[in-house]
Design a protein around this ligand. Sequence first.
Ligand SMILES: Nc1ncnc2c1ncn2[C@@H]1O[C@H](COP(=O)(O)OP(=O)(O)OP(=O)(O)O)[C@@H](O)[C@H]1O
Ligand SMILES: [Mg+2]
Length: 239
Amino acid sequence: MTVIELNGLTKSYRAHQALAGVTLSVGRGEIFGILGPNGAGKTTVVECASGLRRPDGGTLRVLGLDPRERRRELLQRVGVQLQEAALPDALKVGEALRMYASLYDRPADWRALMAEWGLDGKRRTRFGALSGGWKQRLFIALALVGDPEVVFLDELTTGLDPSARRTTWGLIRDMRDRGVTVVLVTHFMDEAEALCDRIAVIDRGRVAHEGTPGELVARSGAGGTLEDAYFALIERNAS
Ligand SMILES: Nc1ncnc2c1ncn2[C@@H]1O[C@H](COP(=O)(O)OP(=O)(O)OP(=O)(O)O)[C@@H](O)[C@H]1O
Ligand SMILES: [Mg+2]
């Protein structure tokens, strides 16, 4: 079953074309990776697909709904962790989770989520007093508090310490195994290789390559790791 279907998606910011026709589909229960250079359009794709930004053209369906028309309904069923998010400094961790949970018709158990992400020791800590990695963990937990069917994670583990990264990978796999569809933007090739069932490499607003990590490695002719393949494919796309 296809959960996300983007077809020829375009988006410009004034004169700058950020998306030049993005076509991709993601199946239910997949961990789908989006890779690509800075400025390639990854965050814009996530924002459009999650209903937070309106594309200029193309068609899109998420859980069978058009985010342009069914935004409210969709926001109940998807979770988003944005690359650049912030909360009021005075808001405490527990308050943030409780408040976000109240926005959903059928929220997850926020206390369980707080424990799962190791945040219970920070429950009374103000957002402004959290380190970068703890903020990141809080944002992941907040993306999951609506018990979403689809979750978009933009730069999931940026800023996390190595053990938190590994824990996070395990939790993401558990989610996938429960049937949640995960779209993951990452700059870490080891993360993409370890976690993703399929990957799209986005370059200058287009999907330049798509496939399983193994297929991308084979297609690149570079052999070795996904990182080797990524560099070979990006260079090929530039020429
Ligand atoms: N709100 C905005 N206003 C103007 N231009 C924007 C805006 N958001 C993004 N852009 C531009 O659109 C292009 C795509 O940006 P986007 O944030 O989607 O890239 P990205 O692939 O997520 O990059 P990164 O890896 O750095 O996060 C970039 O050239 C960026 O400068
Ligand atoms: Mg981005």
